[in-house]
Structures are given as structure tokens and as C-alpha cells.
Design a protein around this ligand. Structure first.
Ligand code: 13P
Ligand code: SF4
Length: 380
């Protein structure tokens, strides 16, 4: 592990302690045989006052209680569209709950059942680092023609920076549309914080060359780049990645094609560029689900995304063969922090009159982050 990774780990820990990682000790035991019944009872007692949103990467025990299942885009839309539920239990990760808070009305409260459910990728870009990068672009006279696009997987502060500087949020479902939109408004894109989604979108969807993209390392002066490189680049990619999707390799693809003749490889665009380039189909979480669901019986799929979802796809499509692309299993550990004990604890606390783990974005940050989120929701 290099010094940069160690610094990133330290930074992640700081962010986690800022968020607070504990609940108040009344967490039911995972072995409690009444857990499902308790969840059913608490949900029934809250009735239409509460809505449960569940990201597709959540555990089955949690997703079974979701009123709406979706990828991050669909869940952001669901939060924006619902102004009646007073409480929104967000079963996903911190940045998604922040976005839900920003998009809902002032009277609605968003609850993240475990505050430790963060996202290591989102933690790879801090507001201070992004401000420093922007100062460099300003000094070089290119900030005025650069449009920031930030992936949904970023803090509210980064979304606010994006909103203030004429940019938009994107998700894996609409990254290509967002990048095209940005190039209609400016000459360069600063893509935060996932280098792989940014590179895959620029090269495979917009037809740019790999050489048009440069990588900004937030831990090095000038991003580790020369002034000339920064001035020449069309896309400035932030050096962030997903530790789950970044694991898949071209070796995994070669291996599964030998093990399962006729298999098609389907991956999320957060995977590395060579993996995405060698896959048969690439798509957001919703596209992955639809592709498998709509494929003919008997087809075989090796899927490169989070394991909870791949296992669910295998169970829900018994007429097809669905396998995980990697031979070793790997869940998103932070998505998995939300389990049934935490959901039951949060719901029962509310039934008892106590609001726990509310996610509340500071008003000024929320104002500008909302601008960037609404630009995304309005993309054609
Ligand atoms: P989606 O935008 O596909 O929901 O992905 C979110 C995420 O965290 C992927 O790792
Ligand atoms: Fe973050 Fe990756 Fe987990 Fe998605 S899968 S929440 S990007 S760490």
C-alpha cells in the first residue's frame, strides 16, 4: 500500500468519525428470531408517514422492506417526487441520503439507519482538495471554460461546488448525457470523483481519445500535472475509484469465458477502462438488471457489479445462468452496514417518538447542491 492510499484511508477514517458511527446501544441482535416481525410491526405502525428507499446493492433482508428499489438516480427521483412521507428511511449510503435530504421538502426528514454507511469513493474528493484544484485552473485561465460534472457518489459539499460553478451532478445512468451537456456549455470537463466512469464515458460514449483525458492527483501539487497538460486536456479526471468495481480485471473476463462457454460479460461503468472495453455489455445498475431480465432463457451472464445484486439477479432469473465476474466474492462493505437490526432500531426508535440518525445537509450547501442535482434531473 502506497503513501497515497494510506493518506486516503486516514482521510476516510476522519470523515467517518465526523459523521459519527454509533447508534445508541439499543440495537437488536441479528439472531433475534422476531426481527422480521418487529420490522413488519414498526413499518405498519409508521404507515404512510414513512417511506423506505432501498438501493439495489442492499442485503435481501433490508431490500425486502423497501417501498421503492432503485439505483441512485431512480432513488433521487423518488425522493424528489414524494412530498407526503414525513420520514424517509434511506437504505443505501451517506451521499444518497444527503441527496434525498436536499431534494425533499423542509418538513421531510431523511434517516440513514447506520451512519457508518459511507462510500470510500465519495471520500476520495474533499471540498478543500477540489477548491485547490479549481484555484489552479483559475490561475491558468481555464476555469471559465471548464464545466464540473460530479458523480452522484460525492459529498453534498462537492455537489455545491459543482452547482456554484455552472456544473451538474450525474449518475451512471446519465453520465454520457451530462458530459455532452457540459461540452455544449464549455470546452473542458472536470469529472469528479470517479476516474473510471469519467474515462469510460468520455472515450466509449463521447468518442474522445484516451489522450484527451488527464488524471488529477489531489495529493500532488498541480495535480501532478504540467500547466501545458492541464491547458490541453479536454477532460480532467479526478483520481478516485470504487474499491468494489475497481477489483474486476481483464483476467476475470478471460477466465469466465473459458469456464462458461457462451457467457456474456456485463459490467458497471465504474469498472476499469480495459475491463469495460472488453465486456459485452456495459451499463448502470438499472441497465444491468434490465439486460438480464429481458434476455432469453438459457443465456449466461457474468456480472461485474456489487455481489448482493448479482446474487439477487441469479435468484430472480432461474431460467438463466448468472454468475459473479470475479472468482472471489466481495460485497460493498459500507452498503452492507445497513442490516435489518439497524433498520428495526431506527424504525422502532421513531415509533417510540425518537428520531435517530437524521441526515441534514447545511442550508447553504444544500442550496447550491440542489442546483446541481436539479440540472441533472432536467437533463434531456
Ligand atoms: P448506481 O448509480 O448505478 O446506483 O451506482 C451507485 C453506486 O454506488 C455504484 O457503486
Ligand atoms: Fe461506493 Fe463502490 Fe460501494 Fe458504490 S459500490 S457505494 S461506489 S464503494
Amino acid at each position: 500500500m502506497g503513501i497515497t492510499d494510506l493518506l486516503l484511508l486516514g482521510q476516510e477514517r476522519d470523515l467517518k468519525s465526523e459523521r459519527g458511527v454509533s447508534c445508541d446501544g439499543a440495537l437488536p441482535a441479528a439472531s433475534d428470531p422476531d426481527l422480521v416481525a418487529r420490522a413488519v410491526a414498526a413499518k405498519a405502525s409508521l404507515g404512510s408517514r414513512a417511506m423506505i428507499l432501498g438501493h439495489h446493492y442492499q442485503r435481501d433482508e433490508v431490500i425486502n422492506f423497501a417501498d421503492i428499489r432503485g439505483d441512485s438516480f431512480k432513488l433521487a427521483q423518488a425522493a424528489a417526487d414524494n412530498s407526503s412521507a414525513e420520514f424517509i428511511f434511506f437504505c443505501g449510503v451517506h451521499f444518497m441520503a444527503e441527496s434525498a435530504d436536499i431534494l425533499t421538502t423542509a418538513n421531510q426528514k431523511v434517516i440513514l439507519p447506520d451512519l457508518a454507511a459511507g462510500c470510500s469513493m465519495a471520500d476520495m474528493a474533499t471540498a478543500t482538495q477540489v477548491d485547490t484544484a479549481w484555484q489552479v485552473l483559475t490561475k491558468l485561465g481555464v476555469a471559465g471554460k471548464t464545466i464540473p460534472i460530479t458523480y452522484m457518489n460525492s459529498s453534498a459539499a462537492i455537489k455545491a461546488f459543482t452547482g456554484k460553478n455552472n456544473g451538474a451532478v450525474c449518475t451512471s445512468s446519465n453520465a454520457a448525457r451530462a458530459m455532452r451537456w457540459a461540452f455544449e456549455k464549455g470546452e473542458k470537463v472536470l469529472f469528479l470523483p470517479d476516474q473510471h466512469l469519467g474515462r469510460n464515458t468520455a472515450v466509449l460514449s463521447l468518442g474522445l481519445k484516451l489522450e484527451d483525458c488527464i488524471l488529477w492527483n489531489p495529493w500532488k501539487p498541480n495535480g501532478g500535472l504540467t500547466d501545458e497538460q492541464i491547458k490541453k486536456a479536454k477532460v480532467i479526471l479526478w483520481r478516485g475509484h470504487c474499491s468494489v468495481h475497481g477489483r474486476f480485471t481483464v483476467e476475470n473476463i478471460k477466465d469466465v469465458k473459458i469456464r462458461l462457454p457462451g457467457v456474456q460479460v456485463l459490467v458497471h461503468p465504474e469498472c476499469q477502462h480495459d475491463v469495460v472495453s472488453n465486456a459485452d455489455v456495459v451499463g448502470s445498475t438499472e441497465v444491468i438488471i434490465k439486460t438480464v431480465k429481458d434476455s432469453p432463457a438459457g443465456t449466461k451472464w457474468a456480472v461485474g457489479t456489487e455481489l448482493n445484486l448479482v446474487q439477487r439477479l441469479a435468484n430472480e432469473n432461474p431460467d438463466k445462468e448468472v454468475v459473479f465476474l470475479d472468482k472471489t466474492v466481495c460485497y460493498c462493505s459500507t452498503m452492507n452496514r445497513i442490516d435489518l437490526p439497524h433498520l428495526v432500531w431506527a424504525m422502532e426508535s421513531l415509533v417510540g417518538g425518537k428520531l435517530v440518525n437524521q441526515i441534514k445537509v447545511e442550508a447553504e450547501v444544500a442550496r447550491y447542491a440542489k442546483v446541481a442535482l436539479e440540472r441533472m434531473l432536467a437533463l434531456p
